[in-house]
Ligand binder design. Structure first.
Ligand code: ADP
Length: 558
């Protein structure tokens, strides 16, 4: 083979913030802070302060490869840590604060975190857990001296003091190098950059360890036009948390593209999100369906007219299926296009994005919504196939449903310090645990998690399709479908519904609504009403919990 004569520059995360500081220095990062007020800074500020973070960590004795944890909402200091920690060669471990305390303790110990940076609101949680995190040498509260909390955490450090000491005036007085003149170290692009644990609905959470290379390549895919098309003309609201798969890679893609970023901090309720969209003239917003549900409920309750008040053009929905009714609402009330996307922690997370093709132009809203129900086409870099139980490839005909397998440079090759063995098959494919169809245009549609599929008389019923149909009823706030044992059919669907506040809905009218919207043999055998549904730490329906709740339930048809 003849080697090409191109420069072998490593793809490092530090190069993203350097680019932003050079080419988009004035683009803003707007944050709602834990202290309260809105904070504004620029990519140039983030770069300067990220270097101070890197320098401060060096002074603290942090070595390349050490894990540095965060327990924090979306905000500029968190973004500084994204660049400062990974940029100096350490590994940023973003912990999901919504996990159970025992899970947080487990992952901090499994990752052997050295320092833990946290937002003000997590003081009580950490006071309980600090004693059982023996590897953590110090806790850094992400605030200034003025807001320093009274607390009993051992070795408590104040973020602004810590990095302020590395400003041009500060320096550490040692080798004459201060934060502002810090040069990012150069190292192999395959070096680990960040660590994120999956919520682990069964067993312990598993660590996905990203590399600089995977993060930079993923950013390119996110910025590409048929990806999420992030660019310098967008103001992107990151409702997806920075502890959930690196906020879908947006802090990196933001710097690559120069997009203006808006960070909502801890306030994810409908009112706060709406006001931020309005006041900051947000054009693109990203989040899971549950937060959009809260936003839509707020809009309904107050009787707002988002189309007149907002500049929202696109809403990226992923993490769980975007129901057709939700895409329709965004189209009609907001004038915004829902970009349905699919991925997972193990995939950095971007796998597929549902953008329309030229042939869809001029289609009616009805027809477009049918396309938008699908999770979309693979972005370049993600190689995808569906297979049957024996591993044989299935046709891409939009009907054959099978196990969805993926491979690519930002897809995991194995979990961090995992004793359970391999996750990759002989051809390098990772089994996503999802069941899907792929149509002739390459649009993939998730029909279920493989463990949630309802097996009725040897055929599969898609719980997701039923849920999305049910959600279309104006009185339904949320819906879940689980399989319940049935003597004749093995399993039959049970629909579990949360009614909208103050709305009437009977079993009969619900079933009547579904008739004609799904295949007849898919119709649920019964409907149960509950006040709320259980969710995971990342906002997904907790089907396992639901199956437990309805363990003794007997279908009227059984
Ligand atoms: P967790 O941290 O809860 O494990 P992940 O974000 O890694 O969360 O979960 C990935 C899973 O979420 C996917 O395998 C899939 O089942 C589901 N998922 C993600 N996006 C979508 C989508 N657009 N539609 C349906 N399911 C989705």
């Amino acid at each position: 083979m003849l080697t090409g004569l191109m420069q072998d520059r490593p793809l490092l995360i530090s190069s993203l913030i350097e680019h932003a500081a050079n080419c988009h220095p004035h683009a803003e990062i707007v944050s709602r802070t834990s202290e309260g007020p809105i904070h504004r800074c620029t990519y140039a500020d983030i770069q300067r302060r990220a270097k101070q973070v890197a320098r401060a960590l060096t002074v603290l004795g942090v070595q390349p490869g050490d894990r540095i944890a965060t327990l924090a909402w979306n905000g500029y200091r968190h973004m500084e840590l994204y660049y400062g920690v990974s940029g100096m060669g350490a590994v940023l471990h973003t912990i999901n604060p919504r996990l159970f305390p025992e899970q947080i303790e487990y992952i901090a110990n499994h990752a052997e975190d050295q320092y833990l940076f946290f937002d003000l609101g997590f003081v009580p949680l950490l006071e309980k857990l600090a004693g059982s995190m023996p590897t953590v040498r110090g806790f850094v509260v992400m605030t200034d001296r003025e807001h320093l909390p009274e607390c009993s955490l051992p070795g408590l450090l104040c973020y602004e003091d810590l990095i302020g000491a590395q400003g041009s005036e500060g320096g550490d007085g040692g080798d004459g190098e201060d934060g502002e003149h810090y040069e990012w170290p150069q190292f192999a692009e395959t070096t680990a950059s960040s660590l994120c644990y999956t919520s682990g609905t069964t067993g312990n959470p598993k660590g996905v360890l990203y590399s600089h290379r995977s993060s930079v390549l993923h950013s390119w895919a996110a910025c590409s036009v048929d990806g999420l098309a992030l660019g310098s003309s967008e103001t992107a609201l990151l409702v997806v948390p920075m502890f959930h798969v690196n906020a879908w890679g947006m802090p990196y893609a933001g710097a690559m593209s120069g997009a203006r970023l808006v960070m909502p901090g801890p306030a994810l309720d409908g009112k706060s999100v709406y006001e931020l969209m309005r006041d900051e003239k947000v054009t693109l917003a990203l989040g899971v369906p549950t937060v959009w549900l809260m936003l839509l409920q707020y809009v309904d309750t107050v009787g707002l007219t988002p189309r007149d008040e907002l500049c929202l053009r696109r809403v990226v929905i992923g993490g769980a299926s975007a129901p057709r009714a939700m895409s329709e609402r965004f189209a009609t009330s907001f004038g915004a296009f829902v970009v349905h996307a699919w991925g997972m922690t193990e995939m950095s997370p971007l796998g597929t994005v549902c953008n329309l093709l030229p042939k869809h132009q001029g289609d009616t809203l009805e027809k477009r919504l049918a396309v938008q129900e699908k999770q979309g086409r693979a972005v370049y870099g993600v190689d995808m196939k569906i297979v049957d139980d024996d591993g044989a490839r299935l046709a891409q005909d939009g009907r054959s449903a099978g196990h969805l397998l993926v491979r690519g440079p930002w897809i995991t090759s194995g979990y961090y310090r995992d004793e359970s063995g391999g996750t990759i098959d002989g051809d390098g494919f990772f089994d996503t645990g999802d069941v899907a169809t792929i149509d002739a245009d390459g649009y993939m549609q998730i029909t279920d998690r493989s463990k949630d599929v309802i097996k009725s008389g040897g055929e599969w019923i898609s719980s997701i399709a039923l849920e999305n149909a049910a959600i279309g009823h104006p009185a339904v706030a949320e819906a879940a479908v689980i399989g319940v044992a049935h003597a004749k059919w093995q399993e039959r669907p049970l629909l579990i519904v949360v009614r909208k506040r103050g709305q009437e809905l009977t079993r009969e009218s619900m079933l009547q609504f579904l008739q004609g919207r799904v295949a007849n043999w898919w119709l649920p055998d019964d409907v149960a009403f509950v006040d709320q549904l259980p969710h995971t730490a990342t906002g997904k329906l907790q089907k396992m919990k639901l199956r437990e709740m309805f363990e003794d339930y007997r279908l009227p048809t059984a």
